[in-house]
Design a protein around this ligand. Structure first.
Ligand code: 5IU
Length: 482
């Protein structure tokens, strides 16, 4: 019976133009002789209902508290399932609002609820993976994903390896068999698709970390690993130094000294030095900057054992950033261990900075997400940053971010927008507490500016931030597996 419903459904999908033959470029850049475009299903409500029913019947479990459709075409299918089966639904946004994972998911949910994923087509499985990853980060249990069509290009095995059980309603081969049997395609078309499937069955996906599901996949996420264990996995000498400083001084606090004079900068560095692992500067704010100031700063950094971090946010082509970094009045490369860079220009910005650093021990931190309201750091940008970092581990130490943008334990996550109370500053800055930054947003190091520099007692206040952030880190790794 189900066989007939499925066959009729496939023939109907073919009739309305969901299945196309020719030469198509897939999202991954791969050329394919067949394209399956289920997006138009929303124009055929009855057929949409059939598709949703066929998918629901394939669910392996019996006790889902939620359904979630992968954007975009999974969403209308999941909506129909949710409505017919009376199972509440959640939606994961495709574009981030630029902050926290929580804001990426709409709908009401509770930790440990089991969610069934719904997707129209899988090629490599990356869209399913990204959606599951967000839901798992929020504490939901996601084991099963029903997809309408498996294009048999490696997606199912990619996801199985990550602990996600993929159940297709139909594979591309089965779909072609139905079309051939009913004379909708000829033998040549059938053969060309078969050959394509046979020669394109091993796509891969880039993953942040393995998904932690009840089915026992080991969590290897950065957040769960101690700084000690990360010393041996990172290959950047400055990351290793920073981990050692944090452990020795029991501090993951970076102070942002946005001050106007050398005297203020040096005084803060000396007073706060014992409590910080890193001092972040904007030396272009200073009216009396000279290289003598940086000489004294370097001495204080040695005396108190912290590193220097100039937040210049380099963002031009390689040739220009190389000159900006080594030249001008500030000669940043000569004194700052770390600098920030935007990923917008692509690999050239990192290569330019690295060329100017020559053989000095220097590194950069990519701005992956910003703390300000309405930041334009989309998901695609964030993923692009991670890929850039993975390809340039000799120079990239980590990311400035507002969420756990990478599960890769080699990278250090720096989170600004931190104060003792959740608040805003009137010019777009948004603050979370040190605990929330470390435990909810996955920060390794918190960056605090005015919360400390404008406090009536900056030293006592820095000690409070230091304790809160470091104990949150200890709590985080105590809950981990390594
Ligand atoms: N900073 C942010 N948010 C960001 C990035 C950098 O606040 O997303 I990238 C900088 C700006 C300032 C410091 O130098 O971090 C935070 O200072 P306050 O804690 O005073 O807001």
């Amino acid at each position: 019976m189900e066989g007939n419903v499925l066959e009729e459904c496939v023939l109907e999908l073919f009739r309305i133009g969901v299945v196309k033959f020719g030469s198509f470029t897939l999202k991954s850049g791969m050329q394919s002789p067949v394209y399956f475009d289920l997006r138009i299903i929303i124009s055929f409500p009855k057929l949409l209902e059939t598709v949703a029913q066929l998918m629901w019947e394939k669910r392996p479990g019996t006790d889902y508290q939620l359904v979630c459709g992968v954007a975009y075409t999974g969403i209308p299918i999941a909506t129909v399932i949710s409505n017919k089966q009376d199972v509440p639904m959640v939606i994961r946004r495709k574009e981030t609002k630029g902050y926290g994972t929580k804001k990426m998911v709409e709908g009401i949910y509770e930790k440990n609820q089991e969610c069934l994923m719904i997707e129209d087509v899988i090629v490599s499985g990356s869209s399913v993976y990204e959606t599951v990853e967000t839901l798992v980060e929020l504490g939901l249990e996601v084991k099963d994903a029903v997809v309408f069509l498996d294009r048999e290009q490696g997606g199912a095995s990619n996801l199985t390896a990550l602990g996600i059980n993929i159940i297709p309603v139909i594979t591309l081969t089965e779909l072609m068999e139905i079309l051939l049997k009913h004379g909708r395609v000829n033998q040549d078309t059938y053969n060309s698709v078969k050959e394509f499937v046979a020669s394109h069955n091993d796509t891969s996906i880039v993953t942040k970390a393995k998904i932690s599901c009840k089915n026992g996949i080991k969590v290897t996420d950065r957040k769960d690993q101690t700084f000690e264990s990360r010393i041996s996995t990172t290959n950047h000498p400055l990351s290793r130094r920073l981990f050692k400083i944090m452990l020795r001084k029991k501090t993951n606090l970076c102070v942002a000294a946005d001050v106007a004079t050398s005297q203020q900068l040096l005084s803060l560095a000396d007073q706060l030095g014992p409590h910080i692992c890193l001092l972040k500067t904007h030396v272009d704010l200073m009216s009396d900057f000279t290289l003598d100031t940086t000489q004294e700063l370097k001495e204080l950094a040695e005396k108190h054992n912290f590193l220097l971090f100039e937040d210049r946010k380099f963002g031009d082509i390689g040739n220009t950033v190389a000159k900006q970094y080594s030249g001008g009045a500030h000669k940043v490369v000569e004194w700052a261990h770390l600098v920030t860079a935007h990923a917008l220009p692509g690999p050239g910005v990192i290569e330019g900075l690295a060329s100017a650093a020559q053989d000095q021990e220097r590194g950069c931190v990519l701005v992956s997400q910003m703390s300000s309201v309405g930041a334009l750091t989309s998901n695609e940008y964030v993923n692009g940053c991670s890929r850039l970092a993975e390809n340039h581990t000799y120079f990239v130490v980590g990311f400035v971010s507002q969420s756990s943008v990478s599960g890769d334990s080699r990278f250090i996550l720096f989170t600004p927008g931190v104060q003792l109370e959740k608040s805003v500053d009137g010019l777009g800055q948004q603050y979370v507490t040190p605990r929330a930054a470390v435990l909810e947003r996955g920060a390794d190091i918190i960056i605090v500016g005015r919360g400390i520099t404008q406090a009536s007692d900056p030293v006592a206040t820095a000690i409070t931030y230091k304790h809160q952030a470091f104990s949150a880190y200890e709590e985080r790794v105590a809950g981990g597996t390594s």
